[in-house]
Design a protein around this ligand. Structure first.
Ligand SMILES: Cc1ncc(COP(=O)(O)O)c(C=O)c1O
Length: 453
């Protein structure tokens, strides 16, 4: 399946050929550059220096642009200060004060280097706080952590003990009854509920459709009751710790988190990805009463061994985080990204509609984080058609495995994208008519969470 020489080399020395499964060669069409040498703004360059307009944006870790001067300079200042010292650094305190001032539900924070560690710490803290074991996690959100409590509940549970698997149960997003059912079933045994505030859609307000796809959302989540508020209320009523994983939504939906956008107060929330424009920082934040379990001040309390990592507070990442927040505010990045997303959704859908294939290809999602939907002629989600779409976009030097918007996406990149899309959808239309197989060159992309290779 993998004929490319570089891919073969990668697979020889790295299981999966990359350090995230979603970067692996099996999840991209055969004409994708097998390896990249650098990124600048919204462009990435392959091994031969060929330039691609990127919508992957470092697995959504970039919300301004690759290699941003100001952010880089801040990170280098951190490095020049020694990067990692023997006692807490001044930058560490500044960064902690910044995030706790920004995120309303955060009285305290612990930083670490990746999201999985932060979300797992949140689950551990919830178990310690409640003395309960069961975790209810949202089935519709693709990823929370590489740790066993999550992986044991996916299609790839090999290596996880049965005891661990039994402790994680599922519910569905925008389906409050599915959560109520689990709470009833596991009454008095549940430590926490964990979900993203939003991924492909917003929380439902009663029976209204759940997303307006507009940059100026007019659904008034602040004043109305909605799915996430009901989750929060259920957690409170049943003494369950409410964990919001803001790894993707954080610093994209709202500078104060999607929790501010949807008017929520989680007990614990986790951040990472774009909080430092690509530098490695993530965080677990929460209310004092829970976070303090990991403290050293209360002599009567049994201590929780919360995150403790050698590199967790490196100054390069935390300096980049402080500068990223400043940049997001100064340049109104988040507003601009919402507007770009809305324009992309509208522009793409206009083209699909004009070509009479909108039932088979369309953009949707929250405007700051659009998604595209590839369906076959029977209107069923299709990995073949998704492969074809990504393959054809690549022919126009656009890398769009998903859509992650950053500040450096601008009018020019939007126009370039829409021009390419029109040409790509012509091929898509033919494939609907004559079948996709003859248009796909190479393998069909596969989902990360599959039991067999
Ligand atoms: C919602 C969510 N939580 C947690 C993680 C894990 O983050 P990391 O890859 O930094 O460990 C991810 C990564 O994709 C994520 O999307």
């Amino acid at each position: 399946m993998f004929k490319n020489k570089i891919t073969k080399k990668l697979l020889k020395v790295i299981p999966g050929g990359a350090h995230t499964y979603s970067r692996g060669a099996d999840t991209f069409p055969a004409n994708t550059p097998p390896i990249l040498q650098r990124g600048k703004g919204v462009y990435v360059y392959d091994q031969n220096g060929v330039k691609y307009l990127d919508y992957g944006m470092g697995l959504r870790s970039i919300n301004i642009g690759y290699s941003e001067e100001k952010i880089n300079r801040a990170a280098i200042e951190g490095i020049n200060k020694g990067n990692n010292l023997t006692r807490p650094s001044i930058i560490e305190l500044k960064a902690a004060e910044l995030i706790t001032s920004l995120i309303k539900s955060a009285d305290m924070v612990k930083f670490t280097k990746n999201g999985s560690t932060a979300v797992t710490a949140a689950v551990k803290l919830a178990r310690a706080y409640t003395g309960k074991k069961i975790i209810l996690r949202c089935a519709d959100h693709p990823f929370f952590s590489y740790d066993d409590w999550f992986i044991g509940s996916t299609n790839v549970p090999r290596g996880v003990t049965d005891e661990t698997k039994k402790l994680t149960k599922l519910f569905n997003y925008n389906d409050i009854e599915s959560l109520k059912k689990q709470i009833k079933k596991y009454k008095n045994k549940i430590a926490c509920v964990v979900l993203e505030p939003s991924s492909t859609t917003c929380p439902k307000i009663k029976n209204e459709s759940s997303c307006c796809h507009k940059s100026k959302c007019d659904r008034n989540f602040k004043k109305k009751n909605h799915f996430l508020k009901e989750v929060q209320n259920l957690c409170k009523k049943n003494k369950i710790v409410f964990i919001l994983d803001e790894m993707i939504t954080g610093f994209r939906w709202d500078i104060k988190g999607a929790q501010n956008f949807y008017n929520l107060k989680p007990d614990i929330s986790t951040f990472g990805k774009a909080m430092a424009n690509g530098f490695s920082v993530s965080a677990i934040c929460g209310s004092k009463k829970i976070m303090e379990l990991g403290s050293i001040t209360n002599k009567k309390q049994e201590k929780v061994f919360l995150l403790s990592t050698t590199h967790g507070a490196e100054m390069n990442g935390l300096s980049a985080f402080i500068e990223t927040v400043k940049y997001l505010k100064d340049k109104k990045v988040i507003k601009k990204n919402w507007e770009y997303g809305e324009a992309l959704i509208k522009g793409a859908n206009r083209i699909a509609e004009k070509m009479n294939i909108k039932k088979n290809f369309y953009f949707s999602g929250v405007a700051c984080s659009p998604i595209y939907n590839c369906l076959d002629k029977d209107n069923k989600p299709s990995l073949k058609f998704r492969t074809l779409f990504i393959q054809e976009m690549l022919k126009h030097k656009i890398l769009m495995p998903w859509v992650s918007i950053s500040y450096r996406h601008n009018n020019l990149t939007l126009q370039k994208t829409l021009v390419a899309l029109e040409k790509v959808l012509k091929v898509y239309k033919k494939a609907l008519e004559f079948g996709p197989n003859k248009y796909i060159k190479g393998h069909i992309i596969k989902p990360v969470f599959r039991r067999y290779n």
